[in-house]
Structure formats: structure tokens, C-alpha cells
Design a protein around this ligand. Sequence first.
Ligand code: SF4
Length: 191
Amino acid sequence: MLEMQKIKLAAPLQTDSIVDGPGIRAVIWTQGCGHHCKGCHNPETWNFEEGIDCSINDIKKQLDDLKNHDGITLSGGDPLFQPEACYEIAKHAKKLGYNVWCYTGFTFEQLMVMKHHNPYILKLLEQLDVLIDGRFILEQKSLNLKFKGSRNQRIIDVPASLKENKAIIIEKYSEEKVWKPKYYKEEFLYI
Ligand code: SF4
């Protein structure tokens, strides 16, 4: 079977993220998202006609050149709108020994239905270690969450979830922690 050749990206490969999963990560910023969440931090990634057409082989080569990285993260946009291309990239990253995280506006349960209409949804999920699922809900936004923007979103152990056929949440990332540096004073807020 011919491998998928292209992916639509919102930006070139980012190689220095420390906020899209643990450690130092490379991030694939996919273009296109149909969820249109109120308060989305990346609305310029919504339009499916915009973005950059990139060769998947070029991205694989860039992943080959990474050094001292802990993993890669698929983000966007919503990578689940390009499951075939993201599957090719995730599969390559796994071969290189990276852990793979992925953000999506769909819930795990919705993806379990969608996989019956597009086999690449499951193929992509099978390459993932972690899925952060669900739309961003502005009313549930918190700056004290780790690796996610709103309280409804879940950080899911994908291999365990596929085995159990239900979303298994990674508890260590569920905690909501108020972060205050030692020198923090309330009046700083009003400067
Ligand atoms: S799913 Fe993510 S990229 Fe898409 S609209 Fe919601 S917050 Fe924005």
C-alpha cells in the first residue's frame, strides 16, 4: 500500500516544547480544526484550506535528527482530522523510541465510534502513549492544570484504554495545583 505523502501543518516542527507533555518535546502543529471552541488559543489553525503542505518524509527526517528529546506531541488544530498522516508520523516516532502524546477536541468515546468510519483513527491511537481529549471549555479553564487548558479535558493512558475499551485517566496529571513562587505577593497582580 502507498504511504500517505503529505500533511497540512500550521507551523514548522517545533523542537523545544516543555509544556506539551513531560520533558523536552518536538511538536507537530497540525492545521485544521472543526471544533471551534470559545476561547481557543490557536484559532488561526482552524481553517482546513490554510497552513503549509509538508512532506511526511521531510518530517520523518527531522525527527531522525532530534537529539536528547523525551518525546513528540501531535497538536494543532486537531490531529484527528488528519489521522492517516498523523499515524505515519507517530509510527515513525515510535520506531525511533519516542513516547507520543496527542491532543484532540474529540473525546475518547467519540473516537471509539469514529474508528468504525475511518480505520486510521484506531491505527493512530495504537501508536499513542497518551491522549489529551475533549474540547477546550472556557468556563472550565484553569491555569493550575498540567498539560491541559480546561478541567473537562482528560489525560488518558491510550494502551490501557484500548485494552479495557474505556478511558483510563492518568491520575498523576489530574491534580490541580496552585503555583505560587516564593517571592509572590498579591499586589504584583496590580502593577
Ligand atoms: S479543539 Fe483545540 S484547536 Fe480546536 S478549537 Fe478547540 S481548543 Fe482550538
